[in-house]
Design a protein around this ligand. Structure first.
Ligand code: ZN
Length: 181
């Protein structure tokens, strides 16, 4: 089921999301719905707050990148209750967008390397290290669970320049071809 995506200005995007347990109601269906919603909107990552649920759950599928990089394109994950254990001091700059902030894309610095602990959809615990683009996408989605958005990381000058666009999204004037709230 395709769910509406909550856009910039919705309070749920600014909440610290809560951990969930294996008994969370219809968790498997929720995960399926999140993937479906993300695919429909042509995204590569989606965090639960973006569909209005302040819980620590995110999904990523980099399949759209498989033509340019088969290894990246095969990366797909579900992370429940992720905890960022380590982040490299070294940062790299890259372009980001967000399904909750349609029409805006900006350069953002992110840690080049991360170590993260999480539970998969079967509540099996993993501790893994990621770098480069995958690390960037995970940091972006993880931020959503902390109530943070990529525009918070944009340099002050650029942030000033996108301010009116953000205000328009908050007023419900966002234009995109997927269902928003
Ligand atoms: Zn996002």
């Amino acid at each position: 089921m395709i769910l509406p995506i909550y856009t910039y200005g919705n309070a749920v995007l600014r909440k610290q999301a809560e951990e969930i347990g294996p008994d969370y109601p219809e968790l498997k269906k929720l995960i399926d719905d999140m993937f479906e919603t993300m695919y429909h909107a042509d995204g590569v990552g989606l965090a639960a707050p973006q569909i209005g649920l302040p819980i620590r759950l995110l999904v990523i599928d980099l399949a759209p990148l498989k033509d340019e990089d088969p290894e990246l394109g095969s990366f797909k994950t579900v992370m429940i209750n992720p905890v960022m254990l380590e982040m490299s001091e070294e940062e790299v700059e890259g372009n980001e967008g967000c399904l909750s902030i349609p029409g805006i894309s900006e350069k953002v610095f992110r840690a080049e390397w991360i170590k993260i602990q999480y539970f998969d959809a079967d509540f099996k615990q993993h501790t893994e290290e990621f770098e480069d683009y995958i690390a960037r996408v995970i940091q972006h989605e993880y931020d959503h669970l902390e109530g943070s958005l990529f525009t918070d990381h944009v340099n002050p000058l650029r942030r000033q320049m996108i301010k009116s666009k953000l205000n328009n999204i908050a007023k419900g004037k966002a234009q995109c071809d997927y269902k928003i709230k």
